[in-house]
Design a binder for this molecule. Structure first.
Ligand SMILES: C[S@@+](CC[C@H](N)C(=O)[O-])C[C@H]1O[C@@H](n2cnc3c(N)ncnc32)[C@H](O)[C@@H]1O
Length: 281
């Protein structure tokens, strides 16, 4: 039942994919955060393109949490994701023309075919550095001349300030149960008696490389609390500082046009946790 932790490359699989929507739906600030993100993305793409129905590519669209409302609000949006279980959920919601299984580094689209390439939901924090750089090259190819790239990340201030956290491989924080939900009937078909699920995590931090390393554990339980399936992974969450991002973008002829905090403060300040960069030529 228990498997060894796998090292995540950012592409969702297994229980992480199966439980993603359910955990989001139960997050306290889910609907507010989702609505603020969608409004911001569509407005920025409208301004950049002068088009009321801007062409938006969502890179790493997952199950369609952001893609669906983007379409509902009038964007000409398409989502891509390399994860089969995640993109299948998106296809079920928006159809196979609007949700396509693809890597974010090599896409099937023509050059200059989008007004905005967006990666919300912290996707680019999870990918290896070489994937980040290859994404910037591909996104830049896909952009119309006045097009923009938008992505978000968070600064893990709590972990940065916590002296007990180190980069040492054997020095994890204690396990914490971060999420616990009751599952709607029949959610996990291969586990028909599944009743609840938990997400636990413990962390380390490599401040020099700007990475929080999370050991995550997903557990599905039956009504009596007996575990039916457990899955562990190690996920790197990399954060960016604005000056560093500016330097990474410069070789590609790109600049940060706006840096927004918590989807409301422009410009972002030191008090913000979630940062969103609007990037253009
Ligand atoms: C944190 S989720 C965000 C999903 C969605 N954007 C949202 O906000 O709900 C990250 C998604 O990016 C996808 N992903 C990660 N690396 C990828 C890659 N190299 N190519 C395509 N998709 C990728 C994962 O499979 C996952 O569905």
């Amino acid at each position: 039942m228990t498997t060894l932790p796998y090292h995540s490359d950012g592409i969702y699989r297994g229980l992480e994919a199966a439980l993603y929507d359910l955990f989001w739906e139960n997050a306290d600030d889910d609907s507010e955060m989702t609505a603020a993100t969608v409004d911001f993305l569509i407005e920025a793409a409208r301004i950049a393109s002068g088009n009321d129905s801007p062409r938006i590519l969502e890179a790493g669209c997952g199950s369609g949490r952001i893609l669906v409302p983007l379409l509902e609000k009038g964007a000409d949006a398409v989502g891509i994701d390399e994860s089969a279980p995640m993109i299948q959920k998106a296809i079920a919601s928006v159809g196979a023309e609007r949700a396509i299984k693809s890597s974010i580094t090599t896409t099937p689209f023509d050059a200059r075919s989008f007004d905005a390439v967006v990666a919300p939901g912290f996707t680019l924090m999870l990918v290896p550095d070489r994937v980040f750089d290859a994404f910037i090259v591909e996104a830049s190819r896909l952009l119309a001349p006045s097009g923009i790239i938008i992505f978000d990340w968070f600064i893990p201030w709590d972990e940065i300030a916590d002296d007990s956290l180190t980069a040492d491989e054997d020095d994890w924080s204690p396990w914490q149960e971060s999420k616990a939900i009751e599952l709607p009937n029949g959610t996990l078909f291969e586990l028909p008696t599944a009743h609840s699920a938990t997400y636990e995590q413990r962390s380390r931090i490599d401040r020099l490389r700007q990475i929080v390393i999370r050991n995550q554990r997903f557990t599905v339980k039956d009504k009596s609390g007996k575990p039916l399936a457990t899955e562990e992974s190690i996920q790197n969450q990399r954060w960016f500082f604005p000056a560093e991002l500016t330097a990474r973008l410069a070789p590609h002829g790109l600049v940060i046009r706006d840096l927004v905090g918590d989807y409301e403060d422009n410009p972002a300040g030191d008090w913000n946790t979630v940062l969103t960069a609007v990037i253009g030529r």
